[in-house]
Design a protein around this ligand. Structure first.
Ligand code: F6P
Length: 508
């Protein structure tokens, strides 16, 4: 039996007795808070409200060691082919530290494009400064840039950003009808440059722009930039090669905000702030690669997730930021973790016996307290929570922010400690685990740490599960059937034929 399997068995044994643990009692221990907290510059993790005692903690650390997380992370940093099924390396982390000359060249282009759009050197076809930017992209080509630009909106000093991703006519045309075409720039962001939704929306937006500007081949005008890994397809689409900025195939979509995909962010907050965001990510990488597992934020978040997911039977985990402009972070983490680790075969293609990624969901507080917190407090499901707070909100209001932080603290305490009542309907059992991530301020540097924290947590869990976090073959079937149905090809099976009839798909 391997050391890892031995530890896995010990954790299974410890899990049997875990239901006797009391977070409230565990937190009476004077040293627990300091032992189960990590304070880095600008970001701290409090994981004292968890169903773990020292013995469980030690075994989890042993699991990290036996899984060789650090060694695998160094393999990734050294650009080994860690993404075996696509015969690729995974270089998002190198973008924050050992950036290659090729990627540096594209980053310099990113900064040049951003500066010239921000200072008005890059003008529209009617020789005007751009006031609005529409990013057309989906999945990692939207969620990362949307999350970062929203989180860092206090630093926005460029054109107004808009994001289009779903083929939803109401959403698209209500945006287009609100904009001046002559001062609108389009970023067509697609790593593959083949994603149906993105290319369909781009066609509609091109028609709008061409009609409004009375220009025929609008894609070759000053109004279009392509962000892609496939330069040839962008040129074939009509976009001039000097208006194309690339990212390497080895950068996964959900890991790509640090690359050229971050163009809308860089246009909005400027290259200097974007560099601070990258520097924050590097700081977290250095912490991840060099800290002992006992004091390693990404590894500890990964281990806590594994403890609930693989040993205590939880099926989901919730991300609950207490700041509205962190709401898009939830969608980002959902794609990051579920598209990376929603797998059922090992690196060698062998069906797994252990369960993998939980369902990641969430909503900002305090609103979620008035919608699903009842289940968290008195339901029958075990749902570990990541609370995310910002101590000093530069855009906030003293009284409002105090209420927001007090709400976060109250929920973590109430979930952990509960309150017994002889009336069973009124009794809160407590013992509901949560981590608290606190940023001092929502700066580019601190937010870069938070994003890299979740990336490195996701990678660490993949290493422990022995799966590939960098491919996503599962989404290809749905894409193929979409293409068939939208081009009028009838399904072969009866249920599909009945469905398209019910939907009137044949009548389009
Ligand atoms: O379908 C999944 C996916 O490939 C994601 O991994 C990716 O972020 C998204 O679609 C968009 O892909 P592209 O950037 O190639 O348009």
């Amino acid at each position: 039996m391997t050391r890892k399997n031995q530890i896995w068995g010990q954790l299974s044994d410890l899990a049997v007795a875990a239901n006797k643990l009391s977070i409230k009692e565990l937190n009476v221990e004077p040293q627990r808070d300091s032992k189960f907290s990590i304070n880095l510059e600008g970001i701290q993790l409090d994981f004292s409200r968890h169903l773990i005692n020292q013995g469980i903690f030690d075994r989890l650390i042993d699991l990290a060691k036996a899984s060789k997380i650090r060694e695998k992370a160094l393999d990734m940093l050294q650009e080994k082919l860690v993404n075996k099924t696509e015969c690729r390396s995974a270089t998002h982390m190198t973008l924050r530290s050992k950036i290659s000359d090729k990627n540096q060249g594209e980053r310099n282009k990113l900064f040049r494009f951003s500066e010239s759009i921000r200072n008005g050197d890059w003008k529209s076809s009617s020789n005007q400064r751009f006031t609005d930017v529409i990013n057309i992209g989906i999945g990692g080509s939207e969620l990362g840039p949307k999350m970062v630009s929203e989180a860092l909106k206090q630093y926005a000093s460029g054109p107004t950003l808009h994001f289009l991703s779903n083929p939803d006519g109401e959403r698209i045309f209500s945006l287009l009808n609100s904009l001046q075409a002559k001062t609108t720039l389009i970023i067509l962001s697609s790593k593959s440059f083949t994603t149906t939704e993105t290319m369909t929306i781009a066609k509609i937006v091109s028609h709008w722009l061409a009609k409004e500007l009375e220009i025929d081949d609008v894609e070759s005008s000053e109004h279009f930039i392509a962000v892609t890994a496939d330069k040839g397809k962008a040129i074939a689409h009509g976009i001039p090669k000097e208006q194309i900025i690339t990212l390497d195939e080895s950068i996964g979509g959900r890991y790509s905000v640090w690359s050229s995909v971050g163009l809308p962010v860089c246009i909005s907050i400027g290259p200097d702030r974007f560099k601070e965001f990258i520097a924050g990510g590097k700081m977290m990488d250095d912490h991840f690669l060099n800290s002992e597992y006992q004091e390693n934020m990404p590894v500890l978040l990964a281990l806590l997730g594994i403890w609930y997911n693989n040993f205590l039977g939880s099926q989901t985990c919730a991300v609950i930021p207490y700041l509205e402009r962190l709401s898009p972070l939830i969608d980002f983490v959902q794609q990051l973790e579920m598209e990376s680790n929603g797998k059922s075969v090992s690196l060698d293609g062998i069906p797994l016996t252990a369960t993998t990624a939980p369902i990641v969901w969430g909503r900002t507080g305090a609103g979620s307290q008035h919608s699903f917190f009842q289940l968290l407090h008195q339901g029958t499901k075990l749902v570990p929570v990541d609370f995310i707070g910002v101590k000093n909100d530069a855009l906030g209001h003293k009284e409002l922010h105090k209420l927001s932080l007090a709400s976060l603290a109250a929920q973590a305490e109430a979930l952990a400690n509960g309150q017994y009542d002889k009336n069973a309907h009124l009794s809160n059992p407590g013992n509901k685990p949560s981590s608290i991530l606190l940023l001092d301020e929502l700066t580019p540097y601190n937010f870069g740490k938070l994003v890299a924290l979740y990336e490195n947590k996701t990678f660490s869990q993949a290493v422990i599960w022995n799966i590939n976090p960098f491919d996503q073959w599962g989404v290809e079937l749905g894409k193929r059937i979409t293409m068939e149905l939208s081009s009028g090809i009838k399904p072969k099976n009866r249920s599909g034929q009945l469905l398209i009839k019910k939907m009137g798909l044949e009548d389009f």
